[in-house]
Design a protein around this ligand. Structure first.
Ligand code: GLN
Length: 264
């Protein structure tokens, strides 16, 4: 009986060691993200695609690892790397002094902005006009943090950036403060709203890694900088953000308007 118990116990121990090894598989790079943030991370069918997702895939390749993407709420991604549930967090994450106290950041990889979306016919023309207004933001984002400084504004927090945009479409908020690139995507997909020219803030994105994981930080930084230097990073960006297209469309619209004026 004793022997049997020992055998069972030994078996259980082997099993649990096996499981620990699986969770910390050296060959899998686990990325925490929130796949609601086009063009950086979003769902296309069953797949999570976007600039961050693809760049993380290239980094994993360079590290000889396989990428696994874990989709969660944005306000959980930093906690996921802190607790070791994920190796990296890549979610259009803005570097802030406060966040630097809980995680390490790689070199930055993108200049970003917080922009303001309003209804087409809104009287709000810039950041100063937000005073006293109802502003929609995504919970836990820098937009959420920075609108705190707007005098007399009331802030409505949503789990997804798009939910804030929906609230604007329904007239529940006067404006949405959100990162510039997703703002452009949401405005292009919906009638009746527009993006203001003047940015609310300027910021920069980086990849977050656990404080004690200096080895991974160095490896990811090296890989990231190689991708920047050899042009592969820019190739991914160009696939998702085509600044030329935007300019072309504007020039086209302008010349169309001219033609119309001449015809009249
Ligand atoms: N850049 C913003 C932040 O870091 C928002 C990121 C996001 O919503 N995925 O807070």
């Amino acid at each position: 009986m004793k022997k049997l118990m020992a055998a069972v116990l030994a078996g259980a121990m082997v099993l649990s060691f096996g499981m620990t090894a699986m969770a910390e598989d050296d060959n899998v790079l686990v990325m925490a993200t929130n796949a609601e943030f086009p063009p950086y991370e979003f769902r296309e069918g069953d797949e999570i695609v976007g600039i961050d997702a693809e760049v993380a895939g290239l980094i994993a390749d360079k590290l000889g690892m396989e990428l696994q993407i874990d989709d969660m709420a944005f306000d959980s991604v930093l906690a996921a790397v802190q607790s070791g549930k994920a190796d990296i967090a890549m979610a259009g994450i803005t570097v802030t002094e406060e966040r630097k106290m809980s995680v390490n950041f790689t070199d930055t990889y993108t200049k970003a902005t917080q922009m303001i979306i309003v209804a087409e016919d809104s009287e709000i023309q810039g950041p100063d006009d937000l005073e006293g207004k109802t502003i929609g933001v995504q919970l836990g984002t820098t937009g959420d943090i920075y609108v705190d400084d707007v005098p007399d504004a009331s802030v409505e927090r949503y789990n997804k950036g798009f939910e804030a945009v929906q609230a604007l479409l329904q007239g529940k908020v006067d404006a949405v403060v959100i990162d510039g690139e997703p703002a452009k995507v949401f405005v292009s997909q919906n009638e009746g709203i527009k993006l203001l020219d003047e940015a609310f803030t300027e910021e920069e994105y980086a990849i977050a890694i656990a404080k004690d994981n200096d080895e991974l930080l160095e490896k990811v930084n090296t890989a990231l900088n190689e991708l920047k230097d050899n042009g592969e990073f820019q190739k991914v960006v160009d696939k998702y953000i085509s600044s030329d297209d935007a300019e072309e469309a504007e020039t086209e619209a302008a010349s169309e308007a001219e033609t119309e004026a001449v015809t009249e």
